[in-house]
Design a protein. Sequence first.
Length: 252
Amino acid sequence: MTTPLPLEGRTLLITGASSGLGAHFARLAVSAGARVVLGARRVERVAVLAQELGQGKAVAVPMDVTDEASIIAAFDAAEAALGPIDTVIANAGMAAPGRSTDVSVEALRQLTDTNFTGVYLTAREAARRMIAHGIGTRGRILLIGSITAGMTGQGDAAYAAGKAAVAHLGRNLAREWVRIGITVNTIQPGYIATEIAGDWFDTPGGQAQIAAFHRRRLQPVESLDGAVLYFCSDASGSTTGATLTVDDGQSL
Ligand code: NDP
């Protein structure tokens, strides 16, 4: 007898699938039996990833989470290619590093449009479609927050505050859709090597930050796999409104 794969039969949409965590989650989901829709602005990147994952397993769609029309069009294209979406990972995000006295209002607006409004619009479009298609208790929405939601620093105030808002948004959306059976949960990862930090971790300051982590390393991206599979699978049906920190102990 073979054990069924945890995401067998599921169809996921992942925002920000063109690099970093999102691309990793896409590979993970396919290896766990799911079909995936890869959303990002850099369509050429998601197209290459979709090809790698295989025809019938993955499709790439252009998606800008700061633009509601783009989100709606991405869901339309996703449904046309793979049918109703039962699982969404709202992962797209950006940083706007700098002291709050220096950050431009344009950078601040782009950050909040992406990291908060983008997550809100993605989650609600997902829920609207799940409700319309009668996905009910199979519906899964996973938000990607950050450990910075509970931390203070010198140079990412809006990012950290926005991630705190994401976790609270998750609880509120979970409450709103609890009777329908759609779950909404948030994972808060620690610092992981991706494009979001640029070359920061190669600088003396970044190296000092790594040296100060208890395990003296950046968090391996694979360390998120168990939590992602759980929150996206049937197994988490009774877990909703949760915020789970998976950070390699960095915030301890
Ligand atoms: P990357 O920079 O590698 O990936 C960010 C992704 O977000 C890209 O795929 C990018 O795609 C996408 N994105 C950015 N803006 C938009 C937009 N307007 N519309 C659609 N997609 C967008 O960084 P990570 O993989 O690290 O980041 C993924 C998530 O993980 C973010 O929410 C981040 O805050 C969070 N996180 C990361 C941590 C880390 O240490 N790496 C720690 C904790 C949380 P494109 O540019 O092609 O649109």
